[in-house]
Structure formats: C-alpha cells, structure tokens
Ligand binder design. Structure first.
Ligand SMILES: Cc1ncc(COP(=O)(O)O)c(C=O)c1O
Length: 421
C-alpha cells in the first residue's frame, strides 16, 4: 500500500490517534520504500514495534503460540470498549450490538478474501471447528480423516461424533520433513474411501509450525467428493493468504493468537454453498438456512471483545501483513539455521522456508522435552512449551513481532550448551 493511501486508511481508525501509534509513524513512513524482506531485517523498525508492547521482564517470551498478548494500543482501545459497554449497557446491546458484530465479521471476511456472509465471529478455533464437526449430518459408517498432529480438542469432537452416530475416524501421521507436497497429498488421498465425508487438516501444524499444502489437498479431496475443513488457528495475522486461493469448505481460526485480539475471539468461514448443510449447535431458528448468522447464536457475551477486533485489524494493517509474515519467517530462520545441523539437536520443522513461518520446534536428544523446557526457563530465562508426542519431541519456539535477534541469540546459545556443542 502506498504511503498516502496507507495513512489515509488509518486516519479513520481510532488507533491512529493513540500515542504509541504516533511513535511508530516516523518508522512507517520509510517502510513503503522497502521490500517485505528488507523490512523484515530492519531492526530499528521492529524495536519501535517492540516498544508498543508491555513485556514482562522476567523471561524471554517464546511461547506466543498459545496467546499473543495485545500491544498496548489494542489493549487500551479494548479497555475503552469495555468502559463504554459498561456505560451504555443494555442500550448498546439492544441497539447496535449485532450491526457492529456483523461489520467486524465483514471486515474479517475482507481480510482473508472471503465474501461478506461467509464469516462469523466466534470465541476461538475450538468453537469454530466444533460447530462444523458437530453440525454435519453424520450417518453410521461415514468416515472422517484427520492427523495425529491435529489439535486434541477437534479430534475429541470427532470421537464424540463416532460415539454418538457410529461414524468412523481415520487418523494418519504427517511427516515432520516431507520430501514434497505430493507426499502429503498422497497421504491424505490414501485414507479416502467412498464413505469419507470430511477431511480435517491443519494449515499450520501447531506443534512444529509446518505449513501444509492446503490447495493441493483440497483439489485432491474435492475430486473425490470429500469436503475439507482447515484448522487455521495459527495462520490469520501470521501468514498473509487469501482463502479463495485455498478453495476449502470450512476454515476456523483463533484471533487471540496471531492477530493479537483479546482472549476469546475467533473466526469461522463457511463457503456460501455449505452453510445450509450445517446444523447449528446453539439454537437459532430465525435466519434462513443459507444465512451464516444461524450458526452464530452466541447469547449474551463480551461484545467489547468483538469491537477490539477492529483495532487489531488496524494494528495488523499498520505493521503490514507481508512485512509481518516476512519478519516472522526471518526470526524463525535466524535461529533454526544456527542450530539445525548441530549434533544432538533435532529441528522438527521443515528447512524449506515455504513450509513454515514464525513457529518452529527443536529438541535436544540427550534430554526430554520437559527437561529442555525447564532448563530453558530456569537457566536461560526463556519461556517455551515442551511437546512430547505425535512424533514430535522438543520445545515449540514461537517468537513474535516484538522478539529481538538478541533474544534469539540467547536461545541459540542455550541450545548449543544443552546439546554439548
Ligand atoms: C492447531 C490448533 N487448533 C486449535 C487450537 C485451539 O485454539 P483455541 O483454544 O483458541 O480454540 C489450537 C490452540 O493452540 C491450535 O494450536
């Protein structure tokens, strides 16, 4: 986006007036001269971004995969919404609540390239994907495909469907280092039978950060009459993509992860022609079967959180989706490239840059993942999470836009020392 258009587009946003935004402005003005890759390596800019966060000094936070804390600009707008909600109370709820929520959903739709009316705001990926899994009309003997590397909550929802309707789940294992897209596509293809109704696949595997070839999987599955539901918990706000390019049927994401929205915000995309095929979990009889609103009966809920999604989208545009993606990938490659070939170190994330972005996973073969996480925290003051299962043994490392190279140098040195290098 050109400088003038960019500033004009932000001028209408309330975030534009926050003091922290103003501290970023001088850096942003120079950014449109740079390619995303050049911007990714501009430490001055990212240090300015870092200053928009309030970071706990006790540790280096490399566990942003669970929840990406809000920068202060978004946090303060969120608090404003909360105060305003508490001031207007039921008046807000009875007048503009639903129009505002719909406007936010339409903005999210635009962000991912969906049509208005294909996206609803949910609380999280769990709610989004469970709405699809539990909303399908399962018959005894129907089959669904998923991977052991998928998120447990979704796999459990499929298990419940199996108990309730006698449908059958087929669980495959995604290799950490596929030789090419074909290997992954063939893996999913080989699990399909004439009884397969739904295939669940992660856009980014949460324990390793591996990005899967969704478009190719969708093309293959559709050619066999199978629908595809994508778990995009880690993609929105992290990797810049267009949902139409994926051609999936359903997509769920958590906005409190990489879009830096408040906790308890998510998104569900349902392709228009698939909406009427889903049975709502929470009763709503009003909207037409083809209206996605019938899948979105939330009852009374924290509507101030919905409003802060607007601010998070402003912030994301301010950073620049392509710049953020390039920075996240740069940070990951910065540390993995230094430890990948060390003895006693196993990097569980593919080397090819198109197969990952900011998240990666590495283990030290002489310690358990939990020992590694404990040592990282106690000895090096690095906060991560241990992953020990599903063919992945190591610590998941999730930096964020505020992470510095110096912090990653501490991680690299720690891995060197722990692995005896
Ligand atoms: C791949 C994946 N799917 C789904 C979820 C569930 O997200 P939430 O707890 O926000 O619903 C997570 C959470 O980390 C995840 O990593």
């Amino acid at each position: 986006m050109k400088k003038r258009t960019f500033l004009k587009s932000l001028a209408g946003s309330t975030l534009f007036s926050t003091s922290l935004y103003r501290t970023l402005e001088p850096y942003l003005l120079g950014m449109d001269q740079m390619t995303p890759q050049e911007a990714a390596e501009n430490e001055e800019f990212w240090l300015a971004v870092r200053r928009t966060y309030r970071l706990k000094p006790d540790y280096i936070n490399l566990e942003n995969g669970y929840y990406c804390l809000m920068p202060q600009d978004i946090e303060s707008r969120y608090m404003d919404h909360l105060r305003n909600m508490n001031y207007q109370a039921s008046y807000y709820m009875r007048t503009v609540q639903w129009d505002n929520k719909k406007a936010v959903a339409d903005r999210l739709a635009a962000l991912i390239g969906a049509d208005p009316g294909e996206v609803i705001v949910t609380r999280n990926t769990t709610e989004s994907l469970d709405t699809v899994i539990a909303g399908k009309h399962w018959q005894s003997g129907d089959e669904a495909i998923m991977a052991e590397q998928d998120y447990g909550a979704m796999v459990n929802q499929f298990r419940l469907m199996a108990d309730r309707y006698g449908m059958v789940n087929k669980i495959l294992s995604v290799p950490n280092h596929p030789k090419d897209d074909g290997e992954i596509v063939n893996l999913y293809a080989s699990a399909i039978t004439p009884k397969t109704k739904l295939l669940m696949v992660c856009h980014m595997v949460n324990i390793t950060g591996q990005i899967l070839p969704i478009r190719k999987i969708c093309d293959m599955a559709h050619s066999k009459g199978v629908e595809v539901m994508v778990d995009g918990a880690h993609m929105i706000g992290h990797v810049d993509f267009n949902i139409k390019d994926l051609d999936c049927d359903y997509y769920g994401s958590s906005l409190h992860k990489w879009l830096s929205c408040p906790l308890g915000t998510g998104l569900l995309y349902v392709r228009k022609d698939k909406i009427s095929g889903l049975w709502p979990i929470y009763g709503d009889y009003g909207p037409a079967a083809t209206d996605i609103a019938r899948l979105n009966h939330t009852g009374t809920h924290p509507c101030h959180s919905d409003l802060a999604i607007n601010d998070a989208i402003d912030y994301y545009h301010m950073i620049g989706p392509q710049r953020k993606e390039a920075r996240m990938r740069y940070l990951q490659q910065y540390w993995t490239s230094q430890v990948r070939d060390l003895t006693n170190v196993v990097v569980n994330t593919p080397r090819d840059p198109v197969r990952s972005c900011g998240i990666a996973n590495a283990g030290v073969t002489t310690m358990t993942p939990q020992e590694m996480a404990d040592t990282l925290l106690k000895k090096y003051r690095i906060w991560t999470v241990a992953i020990d299962g599903q063919d992945v043994h190591g610590c998941r490392i999730c930096p964020n836009v505020y992470t510095t190279r110096d912090e990653l140098d501490v991680l690299v040195q720690a891995i060197r020392e722990m692995s005896g290098n």
